[in-house]
Write a protein that binds this ligand. Structure first.
Ligand SMILES: [Zn+2]
Length: 687
C-alpha cells in the first residue's frame, strides 16, 4: 500500500487550521485521518477511528490534557475538528483501575468529560485509545490484515508476518474489556509499533501523526506481501452456472418482492427494501465458486460489518433465463430460509443474554446470485449502497484469506453481541422513518413544473425517485437539483421500447417500482368539426397511449414484485369538462380517465391502486406565462384574477398538484379516485 503523505499538503493543512486557532496536533490528526479514510482498503463507511493526545482550553479557559478521538459513526474521509470530540484524558485514564465498567456507564462518563457539551459521542473504542500512552493512535479494518488474521491459524500467520513488531490481542468485543486487555498486551511488550486485534483490525501508534500513519501503511503492506506468497487458486467455478443468465431488470423485482414483508400496522402496507447491484470479475469469481455455500456463509470479516450486512448473505440460485418461474420460487424459498435461520440465531443467542433484546427484521441485507453478481439491500438507496460496498470489500478479504488458507470469522455468539450491542445500533441513528421509506416512485414528464414538484414531494416523503422525461439534459438537471439518490433517464412515452428501456434503468438502479406517476402530456387544439385527424392521433399517442405504456411497464414490475403498487395519472379537468376548441386534448384525457378505472378494476386484486388528479390552470409548460397574458387580457382580467378564477378564488400551483398525488399514494384504501385540484369548478365536478 502506498503512503498518501505529502509534506506540502501536511504543512498546508497546519497553516489553514492555524488561521482558525487550531493547533498543529489536531490539524495533522485531521490530515492523516482523512488519508486513512479515503482508502477503502483501510476504512469503509464509519469504520476505523483515530485519536491524538494534546492540550486544549476548556470552556472556562483552563488548559487541560485531552484525548481528541473520532466521534461514533463519523466518517474519517471527511473529518473536521468537530468530528474529533475532546475528552479529559486524566478522567479516562482513571477508569483503567476499575475491574468492570458497563457500556452505559462508559458512555455517560465519556460524555461527562467532553470539553464541548454538544459534541458527538466519542467512539466506542475511546478507552482503547486513552489507555495507550502514544500521542497518535490510528485504527483501521484493513482488508489485507483481515485476510491474514481471519484464519484458524491467524495468530501464527501474524507472528510470522510481523516478527514481534506488532502485539496480538485475542478477540474481545470493543468496549472496556478490550481497552484494558489491549493496554496490558502493549505493556507486556512496549517495543511494539502497533497491535493486531484478532479477527477485528489493526492499531498503529507513534509520537507524530506521520509516524503512526507510516506504520499503518508499512504493516498493511507486510500483510499484502504475505498474501501474495504461496497462493492457491480461488475459486473453482461450479458447473451449475447456466449459459443464459436472466437480465438484471427481470431478476431484481423478484428478489425485491421476496425481501419485502407485510407491514402489520396497516392492511395493504409493505415494508420494502431498495437494492444496489454490483458485478465485476472478482464478485463473479466468488459467487460462481463451487464452495460458495461454505465460505460465503462463514460470517463477517470484521465485527462492525454485522450492523450493515447482517452476519451472512442470502445465497440464491443462478437465474436461468428460460426458467424464471422456478427461479422465483427458489428465491422466495431461500429468503424464507434466511429469515428462519436468522430467527433461530436470534432466539438462541437472546436466551443466552437473558432474553432482553428485541429482534431486528429478519430480512437479508446482501444477496449473492451465481452467474449475475451481488445485491446490497437497505431501507434507502444509501443504505443499500453501504451494504453492497461492505459486501464487495468482504469478498476481496475472503478471497485473499482463502488463497492462503481458510477464511474463519468470529463465533456466532460474538457476532450476536456485536449486532445487538446498543452502542453499535446507535451508529445507525434513530431518525423517524418517513411515510414512503423503502418505496420507488417513477415520474414521467419530470422535467416539467408539475413533474419536478411531484418528485420533490415524494423525495420529502422518503421515496427514492426516478425522473423520466423526453428532454434528457433538462431532467438530469432536475434530478441534480433534488440531490441525494434522485435518478434521471430519458423516456419518450410515445415509444414503447423507450418506455421499457427507461423502466429497465429504474429497476436496475433501485431494484423495482412501487409508484408510477404518469404525468407527461401536451395540449393540442382544434375545432373538432374541422381538426386534422393527424392532430387528434398525435394527441392520443401522447395523452392516452403514453399513459397506457407507462402504466403497463409499471404493472409488469409490480406483478413480478408481488407487493401491490400505485398508479397515478395526471388527467386534467378537460376529461370531464371540455374546453372550447380543446377537443384534441380533452378526448384522449377522457379516455385516460377511463383507463384509470380499468386499471383499478383489472388489478385491484393484485393490490395495485389506480388514481387520477384533475388539475386546472397551473403555471406550467402547458400554460405558459405568455398564454396567461394573452388569455387574461382577452377576458379583460388581471393575470392574478385569471389564475384565481375558481370558486375559492385561489391560484392552483404545481405543489398543490404534487401534494394531491402524494395523498393518493399514501391512501392505501383508495383506488379509482379522481381528486380535483382546481380551486373549485362546478362544471368539472364529478358526479
Ligand atoms: Zn474497529
Amino acid at each position: 500500500m502506498k503512503s498518501g503523505w505529502v509534506e506540502r499538503d501536511a504543512q498546508a493543512i497546519v497553516d489553514r487550521y492555524a488561521r482558525q486557532g487550531i493547533g498543529p496536533d489536531l490539524a495533522l490528526r485531521i490530515y492523516t485521518s482523512r488519508l486513512l479514510g479515503r482508502e477503502p482498503k483501510l476504512v469503509l463507511h464509519g469504520g476505523g477511528n483515530t485519536s491524538v493526545k494534546t492540550k486544549l482550553r476548556d470552556l472556562l479557559g483552563e488548559e487541560v490534557e485531552v484525548l481528541c478521538v473520532k466521534g461514533s459513526g463519523g466518517d474519517l474521509a471527511a473529518i473536521e475538528p468537530s468530528g474529533l470530540p475532546a475528552v479529559r484524558l486524566d478522567r479516562l485514564r482513571k477508569l483503567r483501575a476499575r475491574a468492570a465498567l458497563s457500556d452505559e456507564d462508559m458512555v455517560r462518563i465519556q460524555r461527562e468529560n467532553l470539553l464541548e457539551p454538544m459534541a458527538p459521542n466519542p467512539s466506542v473504542e475511546t478507552l482503547l485509545h486513552a489507555f495507550l500512552p502514544h500521542k497518535f493512535v490510528d485504527h483501521t479494518h484493513s482488508t489485507a490484515v483481515l485476510s491474514l488474521i481471519d484464519q484458524p491459524n491467524g495468530a501464527a500467520l501474524c507472528a510470522e508476518t510481523y516478527n514481534g513488531r506488532m502485539g496480538l490481542v485475542p478477540y474481545v468485543m470493543p468496549g472496556f474489556a478490550l481497552a484494558k486487555l489491549a493496554a496490558e498486551i502493549y505493556e507486556s511488550a512496549p517495543a511494539v509499533e502497533g497491535l493486531i486485534l484478532h479477527k477485528h483490525g489493526i492499531f498503529t501508534f507513534g509520537e507524530t501523526a506521520e509516524e503512526a500513519y507510516a506504520r499503518m501503511i508499512e504493516m498493511v503492506t507486510r500483510a499484502e506481501e504475505r498474501l501474495a506468497r504461496n497462493r492457491s487458486a480461488v475459486f473453482e467455478t461450479a458447473h451449475v452456472v447456466p449459459q443464459a443468465v436472466a437480465p438484471l431488470a427481470v431478476v431484481a423485482p423478484i428478489l425485491r418482492g421476496a425481501c419485502s414483508a407485510k407491514d402489520e400496522r396497516s392492511e395493504g402496507a409493505w415494508r420494502r427494501l431498495i437494492l444496489d447491484f454490483r458485478a465485476n470479475p472478482a464478485i463473479l469469481n466468488f459467487v460462481n465458486g463451487a464452495e460458495v455455500a461454505r465460505y460465503s456463509q462463514a460470517g463477517v470479516v470484521t465485527p462492525d460489518h454485522t450492523i450493515r450486512t447482517k452476519n451472512w448473505p442470502v445465497l440464491l440460485r443462478a437465474p436461468e433465463d428460460a426458467r424464471m418461474d422456478s427461479f422465483k420460487r427458489s428465491v422466495q424459498k431461500a429468503v424464507l430460509g434466511f429469515a428462519e435461520r436468522y430467527k433461530d440465531y436470534f432466539t438462541r443467542n437472546n436466551a443466552r443474554v437473558g432474553s432482553i433484546k428485541r429482534m431486528l427484521d429478519p430480512l437479508p441485507r446482501v444477496a449473492l446470485l451465481p452467474g449475475l453478481g451481488l445485491f446490497g439491500l437497505g431501507r434507502t438507496k444509501k443504505d443499500a449502497k453501504i451494504a453492497a460496498d461492505i459486501a464487495e470489500s468482504a469478498i476481496a478479504t475472503i478471497t485473499d484469506a482463502e488463497a492462503i488458507g481458510r477464511f474463519e470469522s468470529i463465533s456466532e455468539a460474538d457476532m450476536f453481541d456485536m449486532e445487538y450491542w446498543s452502542l453499535e445500533q446507535a451508529k445507525l441513528g434513530s431518525a423517524e422513518e418517513r411515510p414512503l421509506a423503502g418505496q420507488v416512485a417513477v415520474i414521467t414528464g419530470a422535467a416539467g413544473v408539475i413533474g419536478t414538484a411531484t418528485a420533490r414531494a415524494f423525495t420529502a416523503a422518503g421515496a427514492e425517485v426516478a425522473l423520466l422525461d423526453l428532454d434528457e439534459t433538462a431532467v438530469q438537471a432536475k434530478a441534480k437539483s433534488i440531490g441525494g439518490t434522485a435518478f434521471a433517464a430519458r423516456c419518450d412515452v410515445t415509444d414503447a421500447p423507450s418506455v421499457q428501456a427507461a423502466f429497465d434503468q429504474v429497476v436496475e438502479a433501485f431494484g423495482g417500482v412501487d409508484i408510477a406517476v404518469s404525468n407527461a402530456g401536451a395540449a393540442w387544439q382544434g375545432r373538432i368539426g374541422e381538426v386534422d385527424e393527424e392532430v387528434l392521433r398525435k394527441s392520443f399517442e401522447l395523452n392516452f397511449y403514453g399513459h397506457q405504456r407507462v402504466a403497463q411497464a409499471a404493472v409488469k414490475v409490480m406483478l413480478a414484485q408481488g407487493t401491490g403498487g400505485c398508479l397515478l395519472f395526471n388527467v386534467s379537468k378537460q376529461a370531464v369538462n371540455p374546453g372550447l376548441n380543446f377537443g384534441p386534448y380533452g378526448l384522449p384525457k377522457a379516455a385516460t380517465l377511463f383507463l384509470v378505472r380499468q386499471y383499478a378494476l383489472d388489478h385491484g386484486a393484485d393490490g395495485i391502486r389506480a388514481n387520477a388528479v384533475n388539475a386546472d390552470r397551473v403555471r406550467s409548460g402547458l400554460l405558459t406565462e405568455e398564454m396567461i397574458a394573452t388569455r387574461s387580457s382577452a377576458r379583460g382580467l388581471t393575470e392574478k384574477d385569471y389564475m384565481s378564477g375558481n370558486l375559492l378564488g385561489r391560484e392552483v400551483t404545481a405543489e398543490d398538484v404534487a401534494q394531491a398525488f402524494l395523498a393518493q399514494a399514501l391512501a392505501l384504501k383508495t383506488t379509482a379516485d379522481v381528486t380535483t385540484v382546481d380551486g373549485g369548478n362546478i362544471a368539472a365536478a364529478l358526479r
